[in-house]
Design a protein around this ligand. Structure first.
Ligand code: ADP
Ligand code: ZN
Length: 292
């Protein structure tokens, strides 16, 4: 059996097909343009693929309330043309298949819990620190949805005392995303994260912010694993810095091995590396097939 997977990011879309073991057997990628052009490319990719279901993990915010007429829509994104766009419905009109639909980060969390760093665990949190910051949550074996999907990139954080940057979130200024996403590093320092040396003060500030978010996640959701992915986390020296921030913030309040001696295997990179998003879409498709 083959299942289709669509990972729709703010900058690029990846489509692929894969199997029940999480193995991707074919993939294509193209830039995310206006919705009509983008959907045309997605539809033409799947036209000759014999898939049993399709999973979509997309940038958001999106409507995930199945009882709402706007289920399957991208909602309030500043991305030109995509606000109030019926992403899922457009595909459903082309393909009579079961569809999985969730955010890219929820998808990545599901993939990591199924095949990656959190395999065998019934909970994990996945953060992406990239063009934006987002988080996906698996709890008690299921992705968390409530009133909406989690929006943990926009939580409020304490400002670093040496940081005068106003923040780049169009809604909140200095929320987590406004202070720690890739574009805010670039605006603060005038250089892309990939161009900054590892001993640059940028990384101490970056770890300070991500460390706060991770600490709050430990305290509110208490997941069994925290996975940090996205372009900025290609800076591997950030992992030990973030772990140290979390331990500093917790100040020995939690005595569990995961937060003390074994923190290196608690706050980790994605086991699926840069495949977490596409594998997540595959996992959503498999789930839709099973539920059907
Ligand atoms: P997206 O979030 O758009 O899906 P990414 O996760 O690749 O894509 O994130 C892109 C962001 O990550 C950009 O702001 C880029 O500057 C930053 N980035 C990419 N690679 C690195 C790197 N090696 N070091 C630091 N920042 C990086
Ligand atoms: Zn924000």
């Amino acid at each position: 059996m083959y299942v289709g997977a669509i990972e729709a990011g703010g900058t690029k879309v990846v489509c692929g097909i894969g199997n029940e073991r999480g193995v991707i057997e074919d993939r294509v990628s193209f830039p995310t343009e206006a919705p009509d052009q983008t959907l045309e490319k997605i539809i033409s990719y799947f036209q000759d693929k014999r898939v049993s279901a399709i999973g979509i993990g997309t940038f958001g915010p999106i409507n995930i309330d199945t009882s709402n007429p706007l289920y399957g829509y991208v909602t309030s994104t500043p991305k030109p043309g995509w606000s109030n766009y019926d992403f899922l419905g457009t595909l459903k009109r082309e393909f009579d298949l079961p569809f999985g639909w969730d955010t890219d980060v929820n998808a990545a969390a599901l993939a990591e819990a199924t095949w990656g760093s959190a395999k065998g665990l019934d909970s994990c949190v996945y953060y992406t620190i990239g063009t934006g910051v987002g988080l996906g949550v698996v709890a008690e074996g299921k992705l968390i949805h409530g009133l909406m999907h989690p929006e943990g990139g926009h939580v409020l954080i304490r400002r670093h005392p040496d940081d005068g940057f106003e923040g780049s979130c169009p809604y909140h200024g200095d929320c987590l995303e406004g202070m720690a996403a890739g574009p805010s590093i670039e605006r603060r320092w005038g250089l892309k994260g990939s161009e900054l040396p590892t001993d640059h003060p940028a990384w101490k500030i970056e770890a300070f912010y991500i460390g706060q978010a991770v600490t709050n996640t430990v305290l509110t959701l208490a997941p069994k694993k925290i996975i940090l992915g996205g372009g900025v986390m290609h800076q591997e020296h950030l992992y030990p810095m973030i772990r140290a921030e979390v331990q500093h913030n917790l100040n020995r309040y939690i005595q569990l091995a995961e937060l003390t001696a074994e923190i290196e295997s608690y706050i980790v990179p994605p086991g699926l590396r840069d495949n977490a998003g596409l594998c997540g879409a595959l996992a959503l498709g498999l789930e839709a097939h099973t539920n059907n």
